[in-house]
Design a protein around this ligand. Structure first.
Ligand code: F6R
Length: 616
């Protein structure tokens, strides 16, 4: 994964690179570095840890340096080699003339490394990336190929994925970028060029953008640029696109953590989606209009995604099958790519992604497109790879999500899927007009918002319960039907930010194995709406209770039975199936948030994670 930003222009590159890295930190934050050309030498500063460490290091050196207008920078999420300073990017070739930043994985790094070692090239890091820069250096230093030809020659010999930017001291006015499988964007302004692994480090400077495709390279020299093929030295005609996208300033407001702020923002984000996507008798999903004929006549739907977005997909399946009676399969994007799903031009493939840059999801979209499926993106970032590579789509528009643990994006995805299911049901006439009217009762939206507010108001009591369980080492989360994915999501949130082991299960499935874990120390979180599964869940609770497990219940039911069974009970307002899912999710988000805070964890940037997983 990792983030890349590069600059060529007249300004000091460091402030531009550092502010770009901060915007890209969602892609990885275990180390960071910059390289620029100063006095005919590549000057590199790298630090293990977050971009702040790098910024401090640069600021302490800077007074004595003219940093120049050409530089490359990187924030890393380690794949090959520990997350330390030695393995941080940029990397250098042996001659110290060429420096490179890289996203992706060079899969055949081992044979290339052996070959280079046989040529007396020594390595300073444990990374696959260093192999690539050394290979470029090897070709360049043999003297037969120029800089651009050397980059091309090396890229033609590597397998795997790359998005790279390369500098060479012998060409102090030049920067070369290339991609295969790992997105890169070129931003163009009068006399200035910006490269990013997405548009986030670029949009505040220019909205003139070229998205590089696979096997394309951007060769920037003085005030000119050319887009060429990696395969051959031919220029490719390429359109400059004007993007209309702003990135809000990152501001925690009155909150200590972005995650907490984003949990609270759900009143607005869900409210906005409800209002923007509905009228009293129809659902508005304009991004799908061009393909709606094909979508409504498709014979099956696949939903593909990763992590939290995959959980939203499970909820989507339930809603679509319930409302529109179309079979839906939900697959992890990483599995979808390699399995044998039956996909053709009568299949809809919905890819869900907050960031729009998740490599597994992009690979699944590529496969679905290859098979002729109607690909739909449900994505939060306009201009992202998922938005561009699907045939049509819906933006969740819940604003930048910065906390690594996804919160408001999940509930926005569910809301969009809810509307998608209703629209499909309407088109397929699987729902009567009167039922549809009930679901699109706009006068309910303010009540939904009030319900969310009332859950958020309970956060003091949720905090107390969370603190009580902060030392547990394992949790079970149990729910049925629509609330089984809520259980999975609750468990994932807890694992991610508090490092406590947690599993989500369908409540009844728990007795087929996981119940062996239950003892007096084990908290079990039950999600219990008063619906047709209620009686069965009570039996499941009893089964845990009789093994002395601790019972935490999230419910909309005021029953005495539940109060008697629960060690702790969190009551949410009585509402619809859809809204219960949202309210229970928010309770569980707050619950894991307060446990993580009580344990002193880094809530917004948990260990080993990144906001966007851009390697497969
Ligand atoms: C969990 C989380 C991850 C992401 C997953 C997919 O809180 O954030 O599980 O949901 O990596 O990311 P997107 O949605 O950006 O494709």
């Amino acid at each position: 994964m990792c983030g890349i930003v590069a600059y060529k222009g007249k300004k000091d590159c460091y402030p531009i690179l550092l502010s770009g890295l901060k915007k890209l930190e969602y892609r990885g934050y275990d180390s960071a570095g910059v390289a620029s050309i100063i006095n005919n030498k590549i000057n590199i500063t790298k630090r293990a840890g977050k971009v702040k460490e790098l910024e401090n290091a640069i600021n302490s050196k800077k007074s004595s340096q003219n940093c120049g207008g050409l530089g490359i920078a990187h924030t890393r999420w380690a794949t090959h080699g520990e997350p330390n300073q030695k393995n941080a990017h940029p990397h250098l070739d042996q001659s110290k003339k060429i420096s490179l930043v890289h996203n992706g994985i060079i899969e055949n790094y081992d044979p290339i490394k052996k070959f280079l070692k046989s040529k007396k090239i020594t390595f300073k890091s444990d990374t696959d990336t260093e192999v690539l820069v050394q290979l470029i250096g090897y070709f360049y230093n043999k003297g037969k190929l120029d800089f651009e030809q050397s980059v091309r020659a090396a890229l033609q010999r590597v397998d795997g994925a790359y998005g790279i930017v390369v500098l060479n001291v012998d060409f102090p006015e030049m920067m070369i970028a290339a991609r295969r499988g790992s997105p890169l964007v070129l931003g163009i302004k009068e006399g200035e060029f910006f490269i990013g692994s997405d548009i986030s480090p670029i949009v505040s400077y220019t909205q003139q953008i070229i998205y590089l495709n696979d096997s394309e390279m951007a060769v920037i020299n003085k005030n000119n640029y050319q887009i060429k093929s990696v395969e051959k030295d031919v220029a490719l005609p390429k359109k400059v696109e004007k993007i209309d996208y702003k990135i809000d300033d990152f501001d925690k407001g009155k909150f200590k953590h972005f995650m907490h702020k984003e949990i609270h923002e759900q009143v607005t984000t869900i409210g906005n989606t409800l209002k923007a996507r509905s009228t009293k008798n129809s659902v508005l999903l304009h991004g799908l209009s061009e393909y709606w004929e094909e979508i409504q006549s498709a014979d099956k739907i696949y939903i593909t995604a990763c992590g939290t977005s995959w959980h939203a997909g499970l909820i989507g399946k339930n809603l679509i099958e319930r409302f529109a009676k179309v079979p839906v399969h939900v697959e992890y994007a990483s599995e979808f790519r390699y399995n044998h799903s039956i996909i053709d031009n009568k299949t809809v493939v919905i890819a869900i992604s907050q960031s729009g840059e998740t490599a597994d999801t992009l690979a699944a979209i590529a496969k679905a497109n290859d098979y002729g499926a109607i690909t739909i993106g449900i994505c939060n970032v306009p201009g992202s790879s998922v938005s561009r590579e699907t045939k049509c789509g819906v933006h969740t528009r819940c604003g930048h999500e910065i906390g690594v643990a996804s919160t408001k994006a999940f509930t926005a995805q569910i809301t969009v899927l809810y509307f998608f299911a209703l629209k499909l049901a309407d088109s397929k006439k699987t729902m009567t007009k009167s039922v549809m009217k009930k679901y699109l009762d706009l006068s309910m939206w303010p009540k939904y918002m009030d319900d969310i507010k009332s859950v958020l108001k309970k956060e003091k009591s949720i905090k107390k319960i969370a603190e009580k369980y902060q030392n547990a080492s394992d949790f079970l989360y149990l729910g049925r039907g629509l609330n089984f994915p809520v259980a999975l999501e609750g468990a994932l949130k807890l694992k991610e930010i508090s490092y406590i082991h947690a599993e989500g299960y369908p409540a009844a499935e728990m007795k087929h194995g996981p119940i062996a874990l239950v003892d007096k120390n084990m908290p079990n979180v039950f999600i219990v709406p008063k619906d047709k599964t209620y009686d069965k869940i009570i039996s499941n609770i009893e089964e845990i209770k009789s093994r002395k497990g601790k019972i935490i219940i999230v419910t909309d039911s005021r029953d005495k039975i539940l109060r008697d069974l629960a060690d702790d009970l969190i009551l949410v307002p009585k509402t619809t199936h859809y809204m219960f899912v949202i309210l229970a999710t928010i309770v569980l988000q707050l619950f894991s948030y307060f446990i993580a805070v009580a344990k002193g964890c880094d809530v917004d940037q948990p260990r080993n994670l990144a906001k966007s997983v851009t390697v497969e």
